[in-house]
Ligand binder design. Structure first.
Ligand SMILES: [Zn+2]
Length: 157
């Protein structure tokens, strides 16, 4: 069984580090599909843009901790999600910078939007529309920096 992690949208990121949180990193799209979530129609251009964002090149690297496996939807089972280059996306987190914060989502957010009609918060949609993937971004580094300053390494054992 895969463990399901569900967090309310726009809450502080604490995935696997609770009770610590990352300053300025907000959850989006960590759904429990069996409970209520916001649904709505999305423009197909928005999904296309997010699949562009998920391509990951040397300049723009939005994924954190890519795993070896593929994403797993609690309703559909293992899902194959392609980026706009037609490459399968491995299970990971997708971090999207927006003004002075970062939105952290499971890559499943693409599947939730496309198949389950999940409507992310307006700020997240804004972030996708406005993102410039020619600007350098290193989500892995952003993650490590925040982990270092979160108190996690000094937690009581
Ligand atoms: Zn599904």
């Amino acid at each position: 069984m895969q463990e399901l992690f569900a967090y309310e949208d726009i809450t502080d990121y604490s995935h696997l580090i609770s009770p610590y949180t990352f300053v300025g990193v907000k959850n989006v799209g960590w759904l429990n599909l069996k409970s209520d979530f916001q649904k709505g129609e999305l423009r197909s251009s928005l999904l296309r843009k997010l699949k562009d964002v998920a391509r990951q090149d040397e300049i723009f690297q939005p994924t954190v901790e890519p795993g070896r496996g593929f994403p797993f939807c609690e309703v559909c089972g293992p899902v194959k999600i392609c980026n706009s280059g037609g490459e399968l996306i491995r299970d990971a987190e997708l971090w999207i910078p927006y003004e002075d914060i970062i939105f952290a989502s499971p890559v499943l957010i693409l599947h939730y939007m496309e198949v389950h009609h999940y409507l992310p918060p307006a700020e997240y949609i804004d972030a996708i529309i406005g993102i410039d993937i020619s600007q350098p971004f290193d989500a892995g580094k952003a993650y490590r920096d925040r982990l270092a300053s979160s108190g996690w390494f000094h937690r009581p054992r």
